[in-house]
Design a protein around this ligand. Structure first.
Ligand SMILES: [Zn+2]
Ligand SMILES: [Zn+2]
Length: 443
């Protein structure tokens, strides 16, 4: 984890033990905004699966599903540690939890000169890409800001409404919060570290007062975030022509009495679609939900982008769009399904970078350099073989039938123990219904 620190100034109301607002330059706003570029799996992992209700179960199902259900172990890495399109930008933040890593083949004399984005990906030589190589980020810090210009001053409310700092804004906020007596107010400087940023992300997911919770240590009642993964944005998928024909067949097993779902039986295509949600960046989900996710802090953060647009604080339209509608890297989209109708892009982190490794016979060094023609630390010869970046493709699950519970627990259909459990009390009371699910339902 990175060791960088930075300070943030808070205006605290001592009489009610709360943060009235935080004042910062662009660096802290960049960190908050970067949460929108995180894939849901990353948010789940960083928050110890404290968020998103049923998606936790989906994440756990991928963690524990038997290897034979997956096309390869690399698919598990793709779902649990998906590459984020904005990873390179995030690595330039003043404080970051983003480490840029790739994997090289564990066979030192491998003939193929490849580098993989994911662990456990099988190399054409038969061995696996399981040697992790990370790249130094220390020189990449951007002092001018990443998404917004660092020279701007911002006001951030406890529930993460971000606006340009002005006396007018502050007076309005005091009015809104009923702060009348200035003598109870005091300024407080707090230190930000990578660990504090993760704590903040966790509180954002469950609370409407994350700044107060983290910096004054008074966590309020937890409220679980439930993402409503359906939306009214059907047109996009329907408009995508050839993708319209996408249908997954799902068999619903219902309880005769109350018509409640006992479980659904589905094919790998439907499960691929479900688990692929884990790879969606938060901003993409917010975009599909029309900016209303049910989580107040994320909603406020997302809506703030629109209002900040008018003060020209973004470093460019492309960077702003990375927050408003982040794209899926192409290798994470599924062929012939809804996700292929989403905008995606070839760029992924380090996409413009070249990688070199020493290939001298008998040399034991696995050192990967981003600069060519430097001498190898192992054999002192010149390191100049360029590596090609590859990534796995073609879906996540092997052709098979799966059981999907109402709470998004996914298991292979063959799991006898599980089926006995699911049918324990309802064996005589179930009825079966076959449905077809198309892009409109998924979106
Ligand atoms: Zn190899
Ligand atoms: Zn060497």
């Amino acid at each position: 984890m990175a060791k960088e620190t930075s300070t943030l100034r808070l205006m605290v109301d001592r009489s009610s033990s709360r943060v009235v607002f935080a004042e910062s330059d662009g660096h802290f706003v960049d960190i908050l905004m970067s949460f929108l570029t995180y894939p849901l799996a990353t948010i789940l992992r960083l928050s110890n699966k404290q968020s998103f209700g049923a998606l936790n179960k989906l994440y756990e199902s991928v963690e524990s599903i038997e290897s034979h259900c997956l096309r390869s172990e690399a698919c598990r890495s793709m779902l649990l540690q998906p590459v984020c399109s904005a990873a390179e930008e995030c690595s330039k933040l003043q404080i970051t939890n983003c480490t840029l890593c790739s994997y090289i083949c564990s066979n030192r004399s491998c003939f193929y000169e490849n580098l993989s984005l994911y662990a456990n990906h099988q190399c054409p030589c038969g061995e696996f890409f399981d040697r992790r190589v990370c790249f130094s980020q220390s020189t990449q810090r951007s002092n001018a800001g990443v998404f917004v210009l660092s020279s701007f001053r911002f006001k951030i409310s406890d529930d993460l409404v971000v606006s340009q700092l002005s006396m007018e804004e502050i007076t309005a906020l005091f009015g809104q919060l009923g702060v009348k007596q200035g003598r109870n107010l005091e300024a407080m400087d707090v230190t930000l570290t990578a660990a504090v940023i993760i704590e903040l992300l966790k509180r954002i997911l469950v609370s409407e007062t994350p700044l107060t919770d983290v910096f004054l240590g008074v966590p309020k009642e937890k409220s679980k975030m439930q993402l409503k993964m359906h939306s009214t944005h059907h047109n996009e998928a329907q408009a995508s022509g050839s993708k319209e024909s996408y249908k997954a067949s799902v068999m619903l097993i219902l309880n005769k009495k109350d018509k409640k779902l006992v479980f659904a039986e589905a094919d790998n295509e439907f499960v691929d679609l479900l688990v692929s949600y884990l790879t969606y960046p938060m901003g993409l989900v917010m975009n599909k939900l029309g900016g209303t996710s049910g989580n107040r802090c994320f909603d406020n953060l997302y809506k703030s982008i629109e209002s900040l647009k008018s003060v020209d604080c973004f470093k460019g339209a492309e960077l702003m769009n990375m927050l408003l509608n982040p794209k899926l890297p192409t290798h994470l989209t599924l062929e012939d399904s809804f996700s292929s109708s989403l905008e995606h892009e070839e760029r992924f982190y380090l996409s413009g970078t070249r990688f070199y490794m020493c290939r001298t016979e008998g040399c034991n060094s696995y050192e990967v350099s981003t600069i060519g023609n430097v001498s190898c630390k192992g054999c002192t010869k010149i390191t100049n073989k360029r590596l090609k970046v590859i990534e796995p493709k073609d879906g996540f699950m092997r052709k098979s039938r799966f059981v999907v519970m109402d709470n998004l627990v996914v298991k292979p259909l063959s799991s006898i123990v599980f089926l006995t459990d699911a049918f324990k009390e309802t064996l005589s009371q179930v009825e079966i219904m076959n449905v077809e699910i198309g892009a409109e339902e998924v979106c």
